[in-house]
Design a protein around this ligand. Structure first.
Ligand code: C2E
Ligand code: MG
Ligand code: MG
Ligand code: MG
Length: 277
């Protein structure tokens, strides 16, 4: 009881600090793009058959002058709240297309789309502009969409996916298994790729339930003619397991963490990856 008020005060202070950080980020994010504080890191996707890099996923970071590197989980929700994700997302699309055009033709690039970007009427144009400005073969661009993007307005969403597809880009369902509309969407739209969320990989190979789910998704992808990717593979045992289940590609710390563009180009040039850190 005695500590009650103190605990409350501490709690209050912590909440206050958090709110302040949130407000501060909101304010400083407005100029962050113009000040060149955003950067993209790239994480390789590796073919299980050849061990070559088939593509890289672009992952956004904010190099904040006072706070250092900020992870997307911290600032993207705020960017979505303020709508800043739309210009930031357009910049990301431009950057990745330019970057990929410097890589060998067989290496693709994957970009994450926020639900807010997806709802924005200029999305198709932003994608088309980024591709043509970089003169990139559109088949080398993969748009990653999570289940949360597809929750509402299903007819409209299908139409939009179709329009994006007509640009010649590939469409991947990201973080598969974490939402709840995924199976229905797999039936109504032919995704090019399914990416299994890393929460299903964490407790492999021991986790029986995760293994069952991962196995089912591999089968689903094969029957539907979609590429299958697993994210978050960290250990040799996990790699063996997903390999045995017949997945096409792996993305995870076992091969590489996300790296700055300069380092990724070197990694691509170096050829097959072995899987040790
Ligand atoms: P995501 O699209 O599912 O990206 C994969 C996340 O898993 C990345 O986190 C990556 O660093 C992490 N990861 C990959 N392999 C491993 C592993 O072996 N172990 C562990 N522990 N983690 C691994 P990151 O970079 O923090 O990004 C988090 C999320 O932020 C992304 O999840 C994506 O939803 C979002 N995001 C990142 N960049 C962008 C962007 O440019 N636009 C939008 N709208 N969202 C983005
Ligand atoms: Mg992704
Ligand atoms: Mg993912
Ligand atoms: Mg994920």
């Amino acid at each position: 009881k005695a500590g009650g008020r103190g605990t409350y005060r501490r709690f209050n202070a912590a909440m206050h600090a958090q709110l302040q950080a949130h407000q501060q980020m909101k304010l400083t994010m407005r100029d962050a793009l113009a000040r060149g504080q955003f950067e993209l890191h790239y994480q390789p996707l590796v073919s299980l058959q050849t061990r070559h890099v088939t593509g890289c996923e672009a992952l956004l970071r904010w190099r904040h002058p006072e706070r250092g590197m900020i992870a997307p989980s911290e600032f993207i929700p705020i960017a979505e709240e303020t709508g800043l994700i739309v210009p930031i997302g357009a910049w990301v699309l431009q950057q990745v297309c330019l970057q990929a055009s410097s890589w060998p033709e067989h290496v693709s690039v994957a970009v994450n789309l926020s639900p807010v970007q997806f709802k924005h009427p200029k999305l198709v144009k932003a994608v088309a502009d980024a591709i043509s400005a970089a003169r990139l073969n559109p088949a080398r661009l993969q748009l990653e969409i999570t289940e949360s993007v597809l929750l509402d307005e299903s007819e409209h969403n299908l139409e939009l996916l179709q329009q994006l597809r007509e640009l010649g880009v590939k469409i991947a369902m990201d973080d598969f298994g974490t939402g709840y509309s995924s199976l229905g969407y797999l039936r109504s739209f032919p995704f090019d790729k399914i990416k299994v969320d890393r929460t299903f990989v964490r407790d492999l190979p021991e986790g029986k339930e995760s293994l069952a789910i991962v196995r089912a998704v591999a089968g689903l992808g094969q029957s539907l003619g979609m590429m299958t990717t697993v994210e978050g593979v960290e250990t040799e045992d996990q790699l063996k397991t997903v390999n045995a289940e017949g997945f096409d590609e792996v993305q995870g710390y076992i091969f590489s963490r996300p790296l700055p563009a300069s380092e990724i180009s070197k990694l691509i040039a170096d050829g097959p990856l072995r899987g040790e850190d």
